[in-house]
Design a binder for this molecule. Structure first.
Ligand SMILES: Cc1ncc(COP(=O)(O)O)c(C=O)c1O
Ligand SMILES: *[C@@H]1O[C@H](CO)[C@@H](O)[C@H](O)[C@H]1NC(C)=O
Length: 472
């Protein structure tokens, strides 16, 4: 077993192609409507003239032409398309092309883009101003909704992004325990703070950066990295670092190295190890919160952490993050306690409003069953289509979140995910894009279903996938 202070580690990407698993993880015996199988005429492909023009200029103005690396198409080839507007399940680019969108602005758009009720509420709030920098009653309202929904959260602090939430969270874990070391997992992403840029997923994995220059070794030497779904390894780290581990931090369903589900015993085992060793158990639910279930992955799996980070959905498409947990721990946060963390725009009234309206709609009966039904329908259809053409594939889903890999499954950890065929993924991505399906431009990202996606959208997606996979 190799455990090291993480800054020195290099991503162990397995280049081997010997697959231990030859069975397809999910079979697609149901959920596939017959209309998906009748793709006859070849779909007309899009051109991206205006996008190319705007992006060429963007590259001269901003590094890589983007405001966040995952938006670039570096790992799949070609240039990103430039969006003009979004609504419901769709996005339109500046050339007027329409896409069925499964990125959903990277998770927040769970109701569908630009939901009318959310927009109306935001417009009303906006008439009262865009930022107060003083307490506002809307904060109470969103806090109450989050506390009622998420089992571990008794008190919450709002921030402006998931990254900020995770920065506050790790400082709080260290302040509360008086310890410095934290355990994270290969392929999990917790925002771009120094301490987390160690074997991180998302753009860090996509771009093949094992680490980032500019991160001082002092910032990562207390970050220990373990393999996802490998409880024995975490146990060993605890043994080797007696009374030194402040926290175990993980994505309770991984969405930043593609989509990886935890074994229930793994989550419960981590919970128990934290209790036994006096470490804080943290679920980073920035992506999974209100996404896999109303109460997040902790309610989906029935395992309750001590602290939870959130973002994305709770901001309804405006910039938000949050961390929360047991009152006893949250009492450490300034000004109630000595652990300092602050924000000029935190608790912003527009963001609070979008969050409140979004959660209201998500709390209706049957919402997550419907999201999971649609995720299953899409994943089953994609897996069946790939299987039909003899392509290795493994797919899975939870609530409104899903993913598939071009590799035989099941995929349980980052090294297995990294065996997936990246050249095939690149070709797949471009061909789907040209035919009107917008997927994340990386095999290390999950997909997102919204309430606005119709069965017809999903059937059409599967039909286009059939056409594309026949040429992969
Ligand atoms: C699990 C997780 N944590 C943290 C973050 C960082 O959030 P943000 O991009 O809002 O800073 C993300 C973003 O994708 C995430 O998925
Ligand atoms: C990762 O998961 C695969 C199963 O998907 C398993 O065979 C393997 O042992 C795990 N660990 C490593 C290092 O590959």
């Amino acid at each position: 077993m190799k455990l090291a202070a993480a800054s020195a580690l290099i991503l162990a990407i397995c280049a081997g192609n010997a697959c231990a698993f030859s069975t397809v993880h999910l079979s697609a015996s149901n959920g596939l409507s017959s209309s998906a199988l009748h793709s006859t005429a070849a779909t007309k492909t899009y051109t991206f003239t205006k996008s190319e023009e705007i992006f060429a200029e963007a590259k001269t103005l901003m590094p890589g032409g983007v405001s966040s690396p995952v938006r670039a198409f570096k790992s799949v080839g070609g240039n990103p398309i430039v969006f003009d507007k979004v609504k419901g399940a769709y996005a339109w680019d500046v050339d007027g092309n329409k896409f069925i969108d499964y990125v959903g602005t990277w998770g927040p758009a769970i109701l569908g883009h630009a939901d009318d009720d959310v927009l109306d509420a935001v417009k009303k709030t906006m008439d009262k101003g865009t930022s107060f920098g003083a307490p506002c009653a809307l904060e109470n309202e969103l806090a109450k909704a989050v506390i009622a929904a998420v089992p571990s959260v008794e008190m919450v602090r709002f921030t402006n992004s998931g990254t900020e939430a995770c920065m506050g969270m790790i400082r709080l874990c260290r302040a509360y325990t008086g310890r410095e070391k934290v355990i994270k997992f290969e392929g999990c992403y917790h925002g771009h703070a120094d301490a987390f840029l160690v074997q991180a997923g998302s753009g860090v994995a996509t771009l093949g950066l094992p680490d980032s220059p500019g991160v001082p070794s002092s910032a990562t030497k207390a970050t220990l990295c373990a393999e996802y779904n490998n409880l024995a390894q975490v146990k060993a780290i605890f043994e080797e670092n007696k009374d030194e581990i402040a926290a175990v931090i993980l994505e309770p369903v991984v969405g930043n190295s593609g989509f990886i589900k935890p074994d229930k015993e793994f989550l419960q085992g981590l919970r128990d190890l934290c209790t036994e060793h006096g470490a804080v158990c943290v679920f980073d639910e920035v992506m999974t919160g209100f996404r896999v279930a109303y109460g997040g992955a902790q309610s989906y799996f029935g395992v309750t952490p001590d602290l939870t980070t959130m973002g994305k959905v709770i901001g309804g498409g405006l910039p938000v993050g949050a961390y929360g947990g047991k009152k006893e721990i949250m009492a450490m946060v300034a000004p109630a306690g000595p652990m300092y963390q602050a924000g000029t725009l935190s608790g912003n009234p527009l963001a609070m409003t979008a969050g409140i309206e979004t959660l209201k709609k998500l709390s209706a009966d049957g919402v997550y069953e419907e999201l999971e039904r649609k995720s299953k329908k899409l994943v089953d259809g994609i897996v069946a289509t790939a299987t039909k053409y003899g392509l290795p594939i493994s797919g899975d889903y939870a609530g409104g979140m899903f993913g598939w890999y071009f590799v035989d499954g099941p995929v349980k950890n980052f090294s297995q995910a990294a065996k997936s065929d990246s050249a095939r993924f690149g070709k797949w991505h471009r061909m789907m894009l040209e035919r009107g399906v917008y997927l994340a431009p990386s095999m290390y990202e999950a997909g997102f279903m919204s309430l606005a996606h119709t069965d017809e959208d999903i059937d059409r997606t599967i039909a286009i996938a059939d056409e594309v996979m026949s040429q992969l």
